[in-house]
Unconditional design. Structure first.
Lengths: 125, 564
């Protein structure tokens, strides 16, 4: 009976979750198509034109510390940098762009030692 | 044989010289002429001795690039006989080829009757050539009675054209008398000897000539990124360095920091105003920690005898810095200016209105580079605003600086002779704070990261350079998600730190400055901001951004932080 209630409760929770609001990713979690990365490592946004916040997939080759950097796409000037601890595989996160001026930016994924392992572009409008 | 006869008869011919054909403008010329003005040219015969023509025929020509034919009027003063008949014919695109030699003897162009008889009438082909720039007018007047001399026979009106861009740099010899055949038909006199009175007309002092493309070049460190934020306005000059009336032309500099205008008049003086748009987004970045340090050094400079010696000592490299560093308009660089500068760096509000920032707008200093920074009675701090395009000079270089920017990071360090103190032996003996600030910045790694720690967002600045006495970091955060909780300094026990939180703008200005330059900022995690999010976060990308990061060492050496 307890097992049945647990399953029902889990179904109820999953039923209330929006498709695009995945936060915690485990091995069995489905990655939204817009964020799917075929390679073993990389970074991808659900949209390259952003006004407020946008979902981001950071796919890592192994667990560990990484950096996500936002650079101006013309000057390469570093504008923001996050240090995060990620898990191997897909990590569904967010990029917040409220403080950015309207322009075009590069989003870089690097190892702790600044070695770039992925890059993508987006524009703030 | 002809040659012999010509030579034998030549003296008699000279003795028989009997008159002149002359032409001249009747307009007053004391104030010169203006492009577009109409001028009237009169033609008349002038008595030499015994000349009584009743038929005159003469050709003349004018440069149609410089003069536009408007009209002609025979007998304009009613001095001709009532039965006088006249004829006017004109051709465009021709020019007379004067006869240079006849029968082996040189012939003057001014010998109009010989040019008529042998240069044209009996010359056959070759008297006229096709020349696009010239037009020919032919005048014939005849009467049963003698035509009066020293009486206007015909007026020809021309309009003065703009010579810009057509290959002429003056209005000399715009007309030319080609030849003249004067006769007394009634007595079969044959041709009178007629020389040119005034053979050519030249117009001096023609104003209103378009100057063509005049280039104004902007010199400023800021133009590499922000050239189009610079505006210009051109006025008519007034006096040595003033202006009058409304702007003739306004606009923005192009991406190369140039203005090319074709609306100016050659030999006219113009006042050129150069400003940075008050809407430029970078005005708050002009005055930085480096400028504050330089101003502080000068504002607190004392005499050589130490603190008790109030004799002002110079620490600047350029006299122009006394203008640019004068932030409170008191007339001197004092500690109060340093307070204003540091207040700006810290983001303090309610500061002086006299220096450049986003609240005050741009406060501009500009002038011709050959004068900028060298004061004279006419040019305050060498700000010479005047240009005068000529045929030879059509390009002008202006330097621009902003009040507050004493290290010229967004301006032009003067280059005019005498603008720098560093040319003096005293100044050469030292390496000033300014000159170090203007020299190549030392690069230093800086690690700036945001991260989630126990549900809060930590923003950390890790300083790795030794010997830094001043830093400035302008930080923005997303206040729709974050609330600033705390700012933690770990810069050393005696360091003066600042943190100004502009909550409504979601900005934090933090940094440190040891104004004496004696204490360095401790390396390591010198600054930390802690934010509390109002929603559950999984990461922090983009929540905290940094716009301006700068450091300075005790000797004035600027530190360029390299954030990997």
């Amino acid at each position: 009976m307890k097992k049945l209630l647990s399953i029902l409760a889990l179904l109820l929770v999953l039923g209330c979750t929006q498709d695009e609001e995945f936060i915690v990713v485990d091995e069995n979690q489905e990655v939204p198509e817009a964020l799917f990365i075929e390679d073993l490592v990389g970074i991808k946004l659900s949209s390259s034109i952003v006004s407020d916040r946008v979902a981001m997939n950071v796919k890592l080759p192994s667990d560990g510390n990484y950096r996500v950097k936002i650079r101006h796409s013309m000057t390469n000037e570093l504008i923001s940098q996050e240090k995060l601890t990620g898990k191997e595989g897909d990590n569904i996160l967010k990029v917040y762009v409220n403080t950015l001026e309207k322009s075009s930016y590069k989003l870089e994924l690097t190892k702790e030692n600044h070695t770039v392992v992925g890059v993508t572009l987006f524009s703030k409008f | 044989m002809k040659k012999l006869l010509f030579l034998l008869l030549l003296p008699f011919g000279l003795l028989a010289q009997q008159g002149y054909l002359s032409h001249s403008y009747i307009d007053g010329d004391s104030n010169g002429f203006v492009v577009g003005q109409e001028i009237t040219v009169k033609f008349e015969g002038i008595q030499g001795s015994g000349m009584t023509p009743d038929r005159v025929h003469f050709d003349f020509e004018w440069n149609n690039k410089l003069l536009e034919y408007v009209s002609h009027t025979f007998n304009p003063t009613s001095g001709l006989p009532s039965d006088a008949q006249n004829s006017w014919t004109m051709w465009n695109g021709y020019r007379f080829n004067p006869l240079n030699f006849y029968a082996g003897v040189a012939v003057a162009e001014s010998d109009l009757d010989l040019q008529y008889d042998q240069g044209w009438l009996n010359r056959g082909e070759g008297s006229y050539s096709s020349v696009a720039d010239w037009s020919v007018g032919r005048v014939i007047i005849q009467s049963a009675s003698d035509l009066p001399l020293s009486t206007e026979w015909i007026y020809v009106k021309f309009r003065i054209k703009d010579r810009q861009g057509i290959g002429y740099d003056n209005y000399n010899n715009v007309t030319d008398l080609n030849f003249a055949g004067f006769e007394d038909i009634s007595t079969s006199s044959g041709l009178y000897d007629v020389n040119a009175g005034t053979e050519n007309i030249s117009l001096a002092n023609v104003s209103g000539v378009n100057a063509g493309n005049v280039t104004i070049n902007l010199n400023s460190a800021a133009k590499s990124q922000y050239a189009t934020d610079f505006t210009y306005a051109i006025y008519a000059a007034d006096g040595v360095n003033g202006r009058t009336g409304n702007a003739i032309e306004t606009g923005n500099f192009d991406a190369n920091g140039q203005v090319i205008t074709s609306n100016l008049i050659v030999d006219e003086k113009y006042y050129v105003e150069i400003k940075v748009s008050d809407q430029a987004t970078w005005l708050d970045d002009v005055l930085t920690i480096t400028d504050a340090f330089i101003i502080f050094k000068q504002g607190n400079a004392t005499g050589a005898s130490g603190p008790g010696d109030t004799t002002s000592q110079n620490t600047f490299d350029y006299s122009l810095q006394y203008l640019i560093g004068e932030l409170n308009n008191s007339g001197n660089i004092t500690p109060a200016d340093a307070y204003q500068a540091l207040g700006h760096v810290q983001g303090v509000e309610g500061l002086s209105e006299w220096f450049t920032n986003s609240t005050n707008g741009s406060k501009n200093v500009w002038g011709r580079v050959e004068q900028l920074g060298v004061s004279t009675n006419d040019y305050y701090f060498g700000q010479k605003y005047i240009i005068e395009p000529t045929d030879a000079v059509k390009s002008f270089n202006f330097g621009h600086a902003l009040i507050g920017d004493v290290d010229f990071s967004h301006g032009y360090a003067p280059t005019a002779e005498g603008s720098s103190f560093s040319t003096t032996s005293q100044a050469q003996a030292r390496m000033s704070v300014t000159s170090r600030a203007l020299s190549q910045a030392v690069e230093s790694n800086l690690d700036v990261i945001s991260e989630l720690i126990d549900g809060k967002v930590h923003f950390t600045i890790n300083l790795q350079e030794e010997g830094v006495v001043g830093t400035q970091f302008n930080i923005n955060y997303d206040d729709t998600i974050l609330t600033l909780d705390n700012v933690i300094f770990d810069t050393g026990n005696t360091m003066t730190n600042f943190a100004n939180h502009k909550q409504q703008q979601a900005k934090v200005n933090i940094g440190s400055l040891d104004q004496s330059g004696e204490v360095s900022i401790k390396t390591g995690n010198a600054y930390k901001l802690i934010f509390t999010p109002n929603e559950t976060l999984q990461n922090t990308s983009g929540l905290v951004t940094f716009k301006l990061t700068e450091g300075i060492k005790a000797d004035g050496q600027k530190v360029q932080f390299i954030i990997k």
